[in-house]
Design a protein around this ligand. Structure first.
Ligand SMILES: Cc1ncc(COP(=O)(O)O)c(C=O)c1O
Length: 451
């Protein structure tokens, strides 16, 4: 029987191995604290036992400054569907750099990218931004501007970037979250004014009744709802059948709008995201992460009425670097040469291989958990019950997820840190041997915690 003490010992042992393999990372982390806040460039890079400083990436691999090679399934938090230094991206970006990277005037590639996104997502008009946060911020503003209403709905446990309106009940502690049927509006960071937090109403994922309650309680006041159509900041939580279509119908019946945040799911679950797979076309879609093949870019797609509102100046959607030529060239290459039908077929075979291999190990070692996958994304959920919403996610074992992460890392597979929250990302450049190492490491981890 695995006790918490034994698990803590296993984690300590793996952390010691981790640190021993990376003396140069430790030295850089030390040097960085003098000039970088917290010694990193984003708080998410402060993962225990220490941040890993990378030197470069190539294909399906990344290399740390100590020369260790990793199969990269971290994928830069889900942004590396192209893998690293993909030849089509390198060629395109190099050519564009030589022709200039920024004019703040449109270039022809923007039409090609928008046209391809319109085809894949079924939404006719598009605009661009530079990060997922900007895209969801514009979506929230646009829903408010178009409807003339201030309130929005988001689900508990949903992450949509770091602007004020969506930094509410992202990862609340059970003690702060309030009753399931009347969740509290918990600010997810300091610096978010109470007045703004109070405009964001909280529903439960996969629960239409929780949305209906909010709409009924605030008649004519809700601009719309933003939701990840497959939750991907709480492991992976798929929508139950009918949930997405039900949301659209419910919101529209109250004059409110629906935004799908496909920043993570976007190109990774399939060519047209969850929208393409489910056939439920929302009013707005936000994309970012993998769209630029590793170059920063985001996109917002919308229906004609909403985007005509932008076109007429009804909502000021702006930004110096929006649709910059470098991002548009990279996104064009990503959509036309990298994220192709053939690439998705390869990824599907690798998804299946990972799910089968890890699923078999879970059975063989009688672990309490399951593999959940969605296209190129996948994770192991250490819970006896399928997770339907954030309250279920709270019961998932984080220490096991953390131990798994450490075993993978020390065994040469880089998964995203942060325990049970994140997922792996299979890129178009991974192959069977990469997935087999993931499975082999998982078996070593499973044997250790069973032993
Ligand atoms: C679903 C979702 N939306 C929005 C964002 C914000 O994207 P960015 O970090 O590019 O601002 C993220 C980032 O992880 C995300 O997962």
């Amino acid at each position: 029987m695995l006790t918490q003490t034994k698990l803590a010992d296993i984690i300590a042992e793996q952390e010691a191995i981790f640190v021993k393999r990376q003396p140069k990372s430790a030295a850089l982390a030390d040097r960085a604290t003098g000039v970088l806040a917290g010694g990193v460039t984003s708080n998410w890079q402060i993962a225990q036992p220490q941040p890993v400083w990378l030197s470069h990436g190539a294909g399906s691999k990344v290399y740390d400054v100590d020369g260790n090679e990793y199969v990269d399934l971290h994928g830069g938090y889900g942004a590396a569907l192209a893998g690293h230094a993909h030849p089509a991206i390198v060629r395109t970006v190099r050519a564009q750099v030589e022709r200039g990277t920024h004019f703040a005037q449109p270039t022809e590639n923007a039409i090609v990218v928008a046209g391809e996104l319109a085809r894949r997502w079924g939404l006719p008009r598009w605009r661009f931004a530079n990060s997922g946060t900007e895209a969801t911020m514009d979506a929230v503003h646009l829903m408010r501007s178009y409807t003339g209403r201030d309130l929005i709905i988001k689900v508990e446990g949903g992450y949509h970037g770091h602007h004020d309106s969506v930094q509410v009940s992202v990862m609340p502690d059970a003690a702060d979250a309030g009753p399931r049927d009347n969740p509290s509006q918990v600010p997810s960071s300091t610096g978010i004014p109470r007045a703004i937090t109070s405009l964001t109403l909280i529903a439960q994922f996969n629960d239409l009744a929780s949305v209906a309650r909010l709409l009924d309680a605030h008649p004519g006041q809700v601009a719309g709802m933003i939701v990840e159509p497959v939750m991907m900041n709480a492991g992976i939580i798929p929508p139950v059948p009918g949930y997405l279509a039900g949301l659209k119908e419910l919101l529209h019946s109250h004059g409110a709008l629906l935004t799908f945040d496909e920043v993570k799911t976007g190109l990774t679950v399939g060519p047209g995201g969850v929208t393409g797979q489910s056939g439920v076309i929302p009013d707005l879609v936000c994309l970012a992460k993998s769209l630029g093949g590793g170059v920063a870019v985001a996109a917002i797609g919308g229906t004609l009425p909403l985007m005509d509102h932008v076109a007429s100046g009804g909502y000021e959607m702006v930004g110096t670097f929006n649709g910059n030529p470098l991002a548009m060239a990279a996104a064009r290459a990503m959509l036309t040469e990298v994220a192709t039908e053939r690439a998705y077929q390869r990824i599907e075979a690798l998804r299946q291989r990972a799910a089968d291999g890890i699923g078999a190990a879970i059975n063989d070692f009688s672990l309490n958990g399951s593999v959940v996958t969605a296209g190129a994304k996948g994770c192991v959920v250490f819970s006896s019950e399928p997770v339907r919403d954030y309250r279920g996610f709270l019961t998932v074992d984080n220490s096991l997820s953390n131990a798994h992460w450490l075993f993978q890392h020390n065994g040469g597979v880089f998964l995203p840190p942060w325990g049970k929250i994140e997922q792996w990302l299979i890129s178009v450049q991974h192959d069977e041997s990469d997935i087999d190492l993931l499975i082999a490491n998982f078996r070593i981890f499973a044997a250790a915690i069973r032993g």
